[in-house]
Write a protein that binds this ligand. Structure first.
Ligand SMILES: NC(=O)c1ccc[n+]([C@@H]2O[C@H](COP(=O)([O-])OP(=O)(O)OC[C@H]3O[C@@H](n4cnc5c(N)ncnc54)[C@H](OP(=O)(O)O)[C@@H]3O)[C@@H](O)[C@H]2O)c1
Length: 246
């Protein structure tokens, strides 16, 4: 009997990460749920038969301790991230830009560096990075987030080149508008009205489950198949700027 494959999901306490943890467990993975909010990941881990490990991906020492203690890892889903603020480049707070870089870029770097030895050791490892369509096209008020996700996109492209010939594939999934639990609320610092306006009139934004579905599909292809970059948007969003609102 083949051993159960292990998938580590960062940011599994909410939104896309939680939906992905749930979906990968249903796919048969032993899922390790990580995030800062312990209660949430413990509750979900219990529900899906996974394991919870409280982890801030910006804390390198904590990430190294996680890597030293986790054992086998077949799949790493770098999902933890988000946008802080929607100010123009002129008005943006450098502290927000730094924080976005820390979680969306250095978080991915820390997890990937720390887990690559384990991923390689399985003989068929997968690194998946949740970037964004923000990485591929600019929009006003997105500066710091766009810069951070463009850097995450660069990590995926560079790492794929560097690992060519090794048994680790690198997948990037770039979602457009997803009505997830926390993304817009975090961006607008808890302002529910501003967060709701992001999705106003859009009949069917993507759900976290829609993105989890694409993640599941990408990581369950045969090991020699590398989905380099998958862009997924709602039908109502033909481009970052082109959103149909009824
Ligand atoms: N929603 C969208 O429209 C959209 C579109 C494209 C890409 N994305 C990307 O998809 C990913 C998931 O976002 P979401 O929409 O599901 O938002 P969400 O509901 O706000 O979830 C964000 C997750 O990231 C975790 N997180 C944040 N900072 C962290 C840190 N320092 N260490 C560990 N975990 C951390 C949060 O957990 P804790 O707070 O418990 O740590 C939470 O589980 C993000 O990378 C986001 O940029 C979202």
């Amino acid at each position: 009997m083949t051993e159960q494959k292990v998938a580590v999901v960062t940011g599994a306490s909410s939104g896309i990460g939680a939906a992905t943890a749930r979906r990968l467990a249903a796919d048969g993975f032993d899922v390790v749920l990580t995030a800062r909010r312990t209660e949430r990941i413990e509750a979900l881990a219990k529900e899906i038969g996974g394991r919870a490990w409280t982890l801030d991906v910006t804390d390198r020492a904590a990430v190294d301790a996680f890597a030293a203690g986790i054992g086998r890892v077949d799949v790493l889903i770098n999902n933890a991230g988000g946008a802080f603020g929607a100010e123009s480049v002129e008005q943006g707070d450098p502290a927000d830009w730094r924080a976005m870089y820390e979680v969306n870029v250095l978080g991915v770097l820390h997890m990937t560096q720390a887990l690559l030895p384990a991923l390689r050791a399985t003989g068929d490892g997968t690194v998946l990075i949740l970037s964004s369509t923000a990485a591929l096209a600019s929009y006003e008020g997105g500066g710091g987030y766009i810069a951070a996700k463009a850097a995450a996109h660069s990590i995926a492209g560079t790492l794929r080149l560097e690992l060519c010939g090794e048994p680790v594939r690198v997948i990037e999934i770039a979602p457009g508008m997803v009505k997830s639990e926390g993304f817009a609320v975090t961006r607008f610092r808890g302002d529910e009205a501003k967060a709701a306006a992001v999705y106003a009139g859009v009949a069917e934004p993507l759900t976290s489950e829609d993105v989890a579905d694409t993640v599941s599909w990408a990581v369950t292809r045969p090991p020699h198949v590398n989905i380099d970059l998958l862009v997924v948007r709602p039908r109502a969003q033909a481009a970052n700027h082109k959103v149909h609102r009824g």
